[in-house]
Design a protein around this ligand. Structure first.
Ligand code: PLP
Length: 399
């Protein structure tokens, strides 16, 4: 596909016209198919970023493109004063396949978390004598809006935007005693990620979520699981909580829920649904286009047991990455769950590794200066994993 300009010409245009808020890798992607993308110069890459754990079925999957094309020619946007069918089909599918009872759709992960936190505050007002605090974890990531930045336990996302929204207490991830000590009569909810994605794929202790669940039950506070990154099959079950045998009161979804279109959702159990008409809304939230894509993709995911495929690919991907670790002494650790994996180095070289990977034809992401992350499409194959690992080794050999 030709765009009339080279990658470097497009990058110059970006520097001139686009707000410089994101550190980008110098790759101008013009087309994608399955696990592969092509840049404006015609170079091919294996895409193990997948739109940031979004493209669960890869690029241009026929089930998604067909649903989008059909819906685009039928109905896009109506406002939520009216009912639309794809929104209700996706809502029914998510509820019938989860432990939650009710859904609200927004447009992004941050918006999903905002909704979940509004629900928690409303719940606190109704059932906990005005409790409003939410306990979250250090090194968490919950989004970039003012409220979700306050929830996020990473000072470098917060410092430039103080004063922060009050009502958040941070404790270490995996530290249940920390949560216990931080709980007071102001506490409305505890919110954590089943696996911390942006922190560099931090896997919880086996009993962490279960112990949090017990604590929340004993205190009458809500357990919110932010599954924006771990939901929709990423960890090897449709939802991450299923891997840890706990049921959240509230769950957020986004990223993988849209298969490439922007959508988010928060789901809740009936007992904690404290929001009433007028409390919350969204102009675009759950519109016919995004929910038609979400419905088609989720139907495909479930009918083809893509989470089961992820479970099979997990040991394969981790095995291959551990082979790499054995070959390069500066690789210190490999970890992951499902098709969310990370590799640590003994030094802050992830930027250099990513640049070398780009050259070798592999797209990855570096959540930490010494960590790179792998989040391929969920329907990736052993052959694609082999090819990606080959390109990774080529990149590491030049370090
Ligand atoms: C990405 C992410 C968000 C924010 O989602 P956006 O769509 O970027 O607003 C929130 N929570 C978690 C766990 C995420 O990984």
């Amino acid at each position: 596909m030709t765009t009339g300009k080279s990658s470097s010409e497009w990058i110059d245009i970006e520097k001139k016209y686009y707000a410089q808020t994101v550190r980008r890798q110098p790759v101008v992607i013009v087309r994608g198919e399955g696990a592969r993308v092509w840049d404006a110069d015609g170079k091919e890459y294996l895409d193990f970023v997948a739109g940031w754990a979004v493209n669960q079925l890869g690029h241009s999957h026929p089930a998604i493109t067909q649903a989008i094309a059909e819906q685009a020619g039928t109905l896009l946007q109506t406002s939520n004063q009216f009912y639309t069918v794809p929104q209700l089909q996706l809502a029914e599918m998510l509820v019938e396949n989860s432990c939650l009872d009710l859904v609200f759709f927004g447009n992004s992960g941050a918006e999903a978390v905002e909704g979940a936190m509004k629900l928690a505050r409303r719940y606190g007002k109704l059932h906990r004598d005005g409790a409003y605090e939410i306990i979250t974890a250090f090194n968490s990531f919950h989004g970039r809006t003012q409220a979700t930045v306050a929830a996020t336990g990473q000072p470098h996302y917060q410092e430039n935007f103080a004063p922060l929204l009050p009502g958040f207490v941070h404790v270490d991830y995996n530290d249940v005693e920390g949560v216990m000590n931080a709980t007071s009569d102001r506490t409305a909810a505890v919110m954590v990620e089943p696996v911390q994605g942006e922190a560099g794929v931090i896997i919880p202790d086996d009993d962490y979520l279960q112990r949090l669940r017990q604590w929340c039950d004993s205190q009458g506070i809500l357990l919110i699981l932010d599954e924006v990154q771990t939901g929709m099959g990423r960890l090897g079950s449709l939802f991450g909580y299923q891997e840890y045998e706990v049921e959240p009161d509230v769950m957020t979804l986004a990223k993988g829920l849209g298969y490439g279109v922007p959508i988010g959702a928060f789901l809740s159990k009936a007992h904690c649904q404290a929001l009433v008409p007028g409390d919350h809304g969204s102009t675009f939230g759950g519109n016919a286009l995004t929910t038609a894509a979400g419905y088609a993709g989720t139907k495909f995911l479930i009918e083809n047991d893509i989470p089961g495929h992820v479970k099979q690919m997990e040991p394969y991907l981790l095995g291959r990455l551990n082979d790499v670790k054995d070959r390069f002494s500066f690789v210190t650790e490999v970890r992951g769950k499902g098709l969310l994996a990370a590799m640590d180095f003994d030094d802050a070289i992830s930027g250099q590794v990513l640049a070398n990977c780009n050259e070798a034809g592999l797209l990855l992401n570096g959540p930490r200066p010494n960590t790179i992350r792998f989040m391929p499409p969920l329907n990736t194959t052993p052959a694609e994993i082999d090819e990606a690992v080959g390109r990774l080794e080529e990149a590491l050999a030049k370090i």
